[in-house]
Design a protein around this ligand. Structure first.
Ligand code: MG
Ligand code: MG
Ligand code: MG
Length: 307
């Protein structure tokens, strides 16, 4: 068999990482590039499973690492710390992403599409348009789901007019009511009942680095912050264990209320840096972040700025 080029999003994949990988593969086929294949770097979360079930499709195959010289296409991330183990030795042919570019280096030229949109899928939507390919129902559902997820139904400050325009056009193709479908999908992701604390802090967790300083920012969506806090002590134990195992300086868990668009942060480790970044006192390992829903725009850069 001809060697496949693997397409994947970040570790602890979210809906954008999974859906955009699948859409990238569809787009490649339409472009006559047959040997690319979407894969994933971790478990499918419940929100994403809702999308796959809606379409009646399987999740991409799970991989843990990539071999030296493996050709890959990255979506929804570029930082090696968030990518597959072995990414340093892989051959990155292209990146489609909407995050800051950091700790990224290749030895050869590549395709790189970066736009400061709310979602990778919006960039792929524009690729369909630019290349003149018809968008069919399957990819329409995948892309609109990713946009709803990343922008929290357009409420995140990361959301742009391009995301809204893309989502509205995709909803027509998919014959979907954005609000009804979107709330159902987001709510599916807030069912945290059968996660252990260890699993909970890994549903959507990203590492950031500044020199030797490493910090982790995880996020869970909920309709009720208090429900999640009932398990606070066990969650903190899991966070402390994670920091020990990974040599992290700080761990921030954002418990995000998707109805009211606020986050309760649990902060462990170097709380001083957190306090400096947000001009807040951490009390009982917690700080309430009013109006904060975006790790990418409202949390990670604020911390990186003070480091
Ligand atoms: Mg993502
Ligand atoms: Mg994304
Ligand atoms: Mg996200």
């Amino acid at each position: 068999m001809e060697e496949m080029t693997l397409i994947f999003g970040h570790k602890n994949p979210d809906t954008d990482s999974i859906c955009s990988s699948l859409v990238h593969e569809i787009l490649d086929k339409k472009n006559g590039w047959k040997n690319t294949k979407a894969v994933r770097l971790g478990n499918v979360n419940k929100e994403t499973q809702f999308v796959l079930d809606y379409l009646g499709i399987e999740a991409p195959e799970l991989i843990e690492d990539v071999k030296e010289g493996q050709t890959v296409l990255l979506v929804d991330h570029n930082e090696f710390a968030q990518s597959a183990n072995g990414i340093e030795k892989a051959k990155i042919l292209g990146v489609t992403d909407h995050h800051r570019i950091a700790n990224f280096e290749t030895s050869e030229p590549l395709y790189y599409t970066a736009k400061p949109y709310g979602c990778t899928a919006t960039i792929l939507f524009e690729d369909f348009k630019r290349l003149g390919h018809e968008i069919e129902k399957k990819e329409a559902v995948l892309m609109l789901s990713a946009i709803i997820s990343d922008t929290l139904l357009f409420k995140s400050p990361t959301c742009t007019k391009y995301d809204i325009a893309a989502c509205e056009e995709l909803a027509k193709i998919a014959n979907i009511d954005i609000n009804t479908y979107g709330l159902d999908m987001l709510k599916a992701g807030t069912d945290l009942s059968d996660f252990t604390p260890e699993e909970l802090i890994n549903i959507d967790s990203k590492e950031f680095a500044n020199g030797d300083y490493k910090f982790q920012v995880a996020q869970v969506n909920t309709a009720c912050i208090e429900d999640v806090l009932q398990n606070k002590e066990a969650i903190e134990t899991a966070m402390n264990n994670f920091m020990k195992e990974n040599g992290s300086n700080m761990f921030v868990l954002l418990i995000t209320d998707i109805i009211n668009s606020n986050s309760q942060a649990i902060v462990l480790g170097d709380t001083l840096t957190f306090e400096k970044a947000f001009s807040k006192t951490v009390q009982n390992n917690m700080a309430f972040l009013e109006g904060v829903v975006s790790r990418k725009k409202q949390v990670a850069p604020i911390i990186l700025n003070v480091l």
